[in-house]
Design a protein around this ligand. Sequence first.
Ligand code: GDP
Length: 446
Amino acid sequence: MFESLSDRLSDVFGRLTKKGALTDSDVAEAMREVRLALLEADVALPVVKDFVAAVKEKAIGQDVVRSVTPGQMVIKIVHDHLVEVLGGADGATDIDLNAVPPVPIMMVGLQGSGKTTTTAKIAYRLTNRDKKKVLMASLDVRRPAAQEQLKVLGEQAGVATLPIIAGQSPVDIAKRALTAARLQGFDVVILDTAGRLHIDEALMQEIEAVKRETNPHEVMLVADSLTGQDAVTVAKQFHDRIGLTGIALTRVDGDGRGGAALSMRAVTGVPLKLMGLGEKIDALEVFHADRIANRILGMGDIVSLVEKAAETIDQQEAEKMAAKLAKGTFDLDDLANQLRQMRKMGGMQGMLAMLPGVAKMKDQLAKANIDDKAIKRQEAIISSMTPKERKNPQIIQAKRKVRIAKGSGTSVQDVNKLLKQHQQMADMMKRMAKLGKKGLMRGGLG
Ligand code: GDP
């Protein structure tokens, strides 16, 4: 996410912090580079101008230049402004459900923006995280497969969709969805309106009519991050005409530049609420301005990492693991378990992207073979062993190693490496368990 912008800014600030003392012209020079970096990231020109002017005004002055760590001070000023541009420190706003159920949510956006996928992602999250009863309805009567697509996504996500009746108008479908939701006790109704390749009058009229009829509590625009300033223009047009309450930016996972994310709020005044980070049903996150700013500036996003861990890691598994650790046992099944949890958290790449300073270490990490393929290879090796071998790897003889390597599509060297790694971990666990017991005894006696 936003790697190229992040790399550029890291360079600028790296140079700045290396200098002990800063002059006003050092700061001015850095700001020129920040300006270029933002323009290259496809941030809207007025946003860039305001941003640089505001930072300059704060940064060029006696306080910064005289401070002990002037470089750090400048970075902090940039960080704070970045947060503001992205939506404010406490601007993290999720979908608002604060209304009488069934709460209508209307999804709008151009065709191909990821509207239907995002509709299903939101429904999935409200169902699983918030335990809401959600009904989805596709109002797209122009694309023949559209209603069917939502139905399939609903089945995959375990979310109800309104039964399809051919020949109904979008307004009629919306009315039917609301009535069904009321009668069947749904908490939320998500209306997936039709998209077009471009904004046109017919589309706007159709969406206006649905909005009048359903009085949605949220009107969410889905916009493709990769289209940069086009996404911002589309958002502005939709907002001027329909009135939006929030924006979901999709394909942020593939966006190295970040121009849409950085300009959206400032240009439209509509809050960025959600971002799509992949094609999978759970690849949706709340847009936290401060965390995004941290990522852009290479300061990492520890908070998201911890949250992700809490969401993914199975509590029961964690307790089982803790009990084993207390005893000092750690077999290959445990290692396989850990590898699985890591993969669920978005793999090494996903986790590392959230750690501070890692952006700069990408090449070294690649060399050290710390990647997701390595995790998969290790899992494959373990699953090629018998349960007995997993419990007690000492019994694995040379001949078996050859078989295991063959079975997992790896080499004996890989198998040995994994066994050695496991041995080191198991030894460490044993030492830790001993220490823990000693500590406990001391506590009890003293
Ligand atoms: P719609 O025409 O706006 O309803 O678009 P769809 O929901 O059908 O999405 C179009 C394509 O974009 C599909 O292949 C989705 O899987 C993909 N897509 C949607 N959101 C994301 C995202 O956040 N990241 C990535 N990488 N792909 C996405």
